[in-house]
Design a protein around this ligand. Structure first.
Ligand code: NDP
Length: 357
C-alpha cells in the first residue's frame, strides 16, 4: 500500500515536470520538401484522462504517403496543419494509464501519434498492443505493420495474384516492395523487382530470393530491361513508382494482367502534372485491370496476413531491412531520404530507449 502511494506520488511529480519534444509542420512544401518545412518544439506533457494512456514513444515510422498529407486538400486522410505536430505510426511503451484504459503500464502499443516523444493515446489514435515476444517491436511499423499489410492486400486482393504467376514489383527493396516480392515467391511466382542501387538489387536476389532485379537508375532503356526479364509477360504489376515503370509494365503485361496501384512516389513532389502513361491504350487489347487501393480499406484481411507472415518468418522465408535514423530531431531528414532512395528497407526513427519504464 505504502509502495503504491509512493509510486503514485512519484508519478504525479514526474508528470508535473514532464516535457516532450515534437516535430511540427512549419510550412507546406512546394516540390521536394526541405528541413525548413519542419520545426522542433518542446512543451509540457498532458496527463492521460479516463480511457487514455501516456506513451513514451520508442520508434516512429516515416512513410511516403505523409507527403500527400502536407498538401492542403481533401483526401482519404485529413491534411497536416501548419504549426501542429505531424502524425504517423509509432510504437511506444505505456508509462501511465488513465482510469479504465485498455492498456497497462509497461505495455508496448502501436498507434498513430508519431513525430513526438510522448503521446497521450486514446481510442482515436487507433492503439493496438504489440508483443515484443513475437518480433522486435519496430517490426510492427514495417513488415508486420501497415506496409506489410499493404503488400498483402495489394498482391492478393487488388492484384488478384494466383500461385505461379509472373510478378513485377517497383521500389522492390522497400518496406512494401520487399514483402510483396517474398509473398509472391512463397506462392511459386516468377518475381522481378526494380530498385535504385546495386546493393538493393543484390539483396533482393540473394536474400529475398527473387528471380531478377533491375537497377533502374543504371538502365538506359527500362522498357527493354523489363521486356528481357519477362519473356512471357507480366501477370501482376505491383506499382509503387509510376512514370517510366508504369509505361514499361504496360508494354509487357500479359492478356488480362492486373496492375495494383499502390503508390507513385516518382510524382509525389512534382509541381506540374507529369505526362502519360503514353501507352495507356494497351489496356484495351490486353484487357487489363488497373486498380488503385488504400490499405485502410483492407484491414479485414489482418488475420490471414498475420497467419501467412508468421508461417513465412518461422520458415526463414520473409526477410526485411531497416534503415534507422537516431533521434526525433532527425525525423525530417529520415522522411526526406525516402524520396532520394536513402532508405534501404523500412525507414524508421529511433526516438527513445527500448525500455521506458
Ligand atoms: P519505401 O520503403 O519503398 O521507400 C521509398 C523508396 O521509393 C525509396 O527508398 C526509393 O527506392 C524509391 N523512390 C523514391 N523516389 C523515387 C523515384 N523518383 N523513382 C523511383 N523510385 C523512387 O516506401 P514504402 O514501402 O513505405 O512505400 C512504397 C510505395 O507504397 C510508396 O509509393 C507509398 O506511397 C505506397 N504506399 C501505399 C499505401 C496504400 O495504402 N496505397 C500504403 C503504404 C505505402 P529506390 O532506391 O529503389 O529508388
Amino acid at each position: 500500500m505504502v509502495d503504491a502511494i509512493r509510486k503514485t506520488n512519484l508519478m504525479e511529480t514526474l508528470m508535473r515536470n514532464l516535457k516532450g519534444g515534437e516535430i511540427r509542420l512549419k510550412s507546406r512544401p512546394v516540390g521536394m520538401p526541405t528541413e525548413d518545412n519542419f520545426e522542433y518544439a518542446e512543451g509540457p506533457v498532458a496527463e492521460p484522462k479516463d480511457g487514455e494512456v501516456l506513451v513514451r514513444n520508442v520508434w516512429m515510422s516515416v512513410d511516403p504517403y505523409m507527403r500527400g498529407r502536407m498538401v492542403d486538400r481533401e483526401s482519404y486522410v485529413p491534411p497536416f496543419q501548419i504549426g501542429q505536430a505531424l502524425q504517423g505510426h509509432a510504437v511506444g511503451q505505456v508509462i501511465a494509464a488513465g482510469k479504465g484504459a485498455a492498456f497497462a503500464e509497461g505495455d508496448y502499443i502501436g498507434h498513430m501519434l508519431g513525430w513526438r516523444e510522448y503521446a497521450v493515446v486514446g481510442p482515436a489514435a487507433m492503439p493496438m498492443k504489440v508483443d515484443p515476444k513475437i518480433a522486435p517491436v519496430q517490426s510492427f511499423l514495417g513488415a508486420l505493420g501497415m506496409p506489410g499489410m499493404t503488400a498483402y492486400a495489394g498482391l492478393f486482393r487488388v492484384g488478384a495474384f494466383k500461385d505461379g504467376e509472373t510478378v513485377f514489383v517497383s521500389a522492390a527493396s522497400g518496406a512494401v516492395g520487399a514483402v510483396v516480392c517474398q509473398l509472391a515467391k512463397a506462392h511459386g511466382a516468377y518475381v522481378v523487382g526494380s530498385a535504385g542501387s546495386d546493393e538493393k538489387c543484390d539483396w533482393l536476389v540473394k536474400e529475398a530470393g527473387i528471380d531478377k532485379a533491375i537497377n533502374y537508375k543504371k538502365e538506359k532503356d527500362l522498357d527493354a530491361a523489363v521486356g528481357a526479364a519477362f519473356p512471357k509477360g507480366i501477370d501482376v504489376y505491383f506499382e509503387n513508382v509510376g512514370g517510366k515503370h508504369l509505361e514499361a509494365a504496360l508494354n509487357h503485361m500479359k492478356l488480362r494482367g492486373r496492375i495494383a496501384v499502390c503508390g507513385m512516389i516518382e510524382q509525389y513532389n512534382a509541381t506540374t502534372l507529369p505526362a502519360g502513361p503514353s501507352n495507356i491504350i494497351l489496356t484495351i487489347p490486353k484487357s487489363l485491370r488497373i486498380e488503385g487501393f488504400v490499405v485502410s480499406n483492407h484491414y479485414d484481411m489482418l488475420p490471414q496476413f498475420y497467419q501467412e507472415m508468421s508461417k513465412l518468418i518461422a520458415a526463414g522465408k520473409m526477410k526485411w531491412k531497416e534503415s534507422v535514423v537516431e533521434g526525433l530531431h532527425n525525423a525530417p531528414k529520415a522522411f526526406l531520404g525516402l524520396f532520394k532512395g536513402e532508405n534501404f528497407g523500412k525507414a524508421l526513427v529511433k526516438i527513445g530507449p527500448d525500455k521506458a519504464v
